[in-house]
Design a protein around this ligand. Structure first.
Ligand SMILES: [Zn+2]
Length: 424
């Protein structure tokens, strides 16, 4: 058993109050069962990767709790195939559910299921399941659990999970599920505009058991991520795929400074505002890309690659240029399609992936092809400066120290882009 720890990562909502999210990721788990990692894969992508991709399977050193490395360490829920998400709506005597519990459920579904289907090109069949369709009243008032921003797993969340298990009784067999979503009545705790309480305990080796299996991966959703712009019905669900992203092993990309490192290019960076997708790196990490859709640029000299839009199924999606065993540059084509609702300057997104940088500390850095431009979007809650980050035909990214140059050469009529990667 490893000691538990936690991180508190404040994030900003554009022109609104600072909000905070807490992500707990504790070590790894060798436990088996449901609500726990897939025994066969350890929650990570299972396929044996081709030898040509090995140099691109970067990994962090021991001590990085939630790493961008591939493969994902064991302990997380599996991220491909059919995933059964036990989804419970809970309320309290001092925060009674208002309206029907299924109305709360409808704030997140079917949107979340659809988001995963689109982002994964159909590889993640996410099934939210509600064996109990009414509010589950907790035995103690909300305030007695001591749940606030930064609350650790013990004692509040342990008590809450135990109470949830007790109250569900024989109606729920926890062995049938891969992960747990707890949709808390939105009147419990502060407004999400003041404090984001939503939190995930992933790969949690200290989780209590239910029906003989540990509740290793659980997301708790509080409040409503409603910025008052009138878009809540369209975008309010997005906190759930973000929190579930942690359950599949993805780290937070925002930092103390907010979304300035990765912008709106990944839901693990910004989950307020208009729809966005995941980075191609994350799709590979989650097992949503075949090896044939990923190229590992290791050779000296110049190589040409054709990339198809990330939001569209099929074709090459990701070129990775490794720089050592822990980091590298990723290239992908981002356009306004699929889950990417607001791409104002399509092109080749270039970013650094560093598997040695932990969640919340900036494991991904997007390079801005138009620095200090102010960006091209006016969409609310979208980090503006990086919105025009993609490289267009004729533009080059250079790392002179390592002798690497990446040039976007052309966009063809079908919408594919060609890039040249040169390594000295
Ligand atoms: Zn997070």
């Amino acid at each position: 058993m490893q000691p538990s720890s936690r991180r508190i990562c404040p994030r900003r909502v554009a022109s609104l109050a600072s909000v905070t999210v807490l992500t707990l990721a504790v070590g790894t788990s060798a436990t088996r069962g449901h609500l726990t990692p897939d025994p066969a894969t350890g929650g990570a992508i299972a396929q044996a990767h081709s030898a040509a991709l090995r140099p691109c399977m970067i990994h962090g050193h021991v001590g990085v709790q939630m790493s961008e490395g591939i493969p994902t360490v064991s302990g997380y829920a599996r991220s491909a195939g059919t995933v059964h998400a036990l989804t419970l709506m809970i309320d309290f005597s001092d925060a009674p559910g208002q309206g029907r519990a299924l109305t709360r459920f409808a704030e997140f579904f079917p949107q979340t299921r659809r988001w995963f289907a689109t982002s994964s090109y159909g590889r993640l069949d996410y099934r939210p399941e509600t064996p109990i369709r009414h509010w589950l009243r907790m035995p103690k008032p909300f305030r007695s659990y001591g749940i606030e921003r930064g609350a650790p797993f013990d004692p509040g969340y342990r008590a809450l999970i135990r109470d949830i298990v007790a109250v569900t009784g024989p109606k729920v067999d926890f062995r049938h599920y891969d992960l747990l979503n707890v949709l808390v009545t939105p009147n419990a705790g502060p407004s999400a505009l003041d404090t984001v309480l939503s939190v995930t305990f992933a790969a949690n080796t200290e989780a209590p058991d239910a029906d003989g299996v540990p509740i290793t991966n659980a997301s708790f959703i509080y409040g409503r991520q409603d910025d008052g712009s009138g878009s809540y019905a369209m975008t309010g669900y997005r906190v759930l795929p973000h929190e579930n992203g942690h359950i599949f092993g993805l780290p937070d990309l925002y930092t103390q400074e907010g979304g300035g490192a990765a912008g709106h290019w990944d839901i693990m960076s910004e989950d307020w505002g208009a729809d966005n997708d995941l980075l191609g790196w994350h799709k590979w990490k989650l097992g949503w890309l075949d090896d044939s859709q990923v190229s590992c640029a290791t050779r000296r000299g110049t190589a040409e690659y054709t990339l198809t839009p990330l939001g569209r199924a099929g074709g090459r999606k990701l070129v990775f240029v490794p720089i050592g065993s822990t980091a590298g540059y990723a290239l992908e084509l981002r356009t306004q399609e699929g889950n990417d609702a607001v791409v104002c300057r399509p092109g080749i997104l270039i970013y650094k992936v560093d598997a040695d940088v932990d969640t919340g500390n900036g494991p991904i850095t997007v390079y801005d092809s138009q620095r200090n431009s102010g960006g091209c979007t006016r969409s609310p809650n979208v980090q503006a400066e990086l919105s025009d980050a993609p490289f267009a035909p004729g533009q080059t990214f250079k790392d002179p120290k390592r002798g690497i140059a990446i040039t976007v050469t052309e966009a063809d009529l079908s919408g594919d882009y060609r890039v040249h990667v040169t390594r000295r």
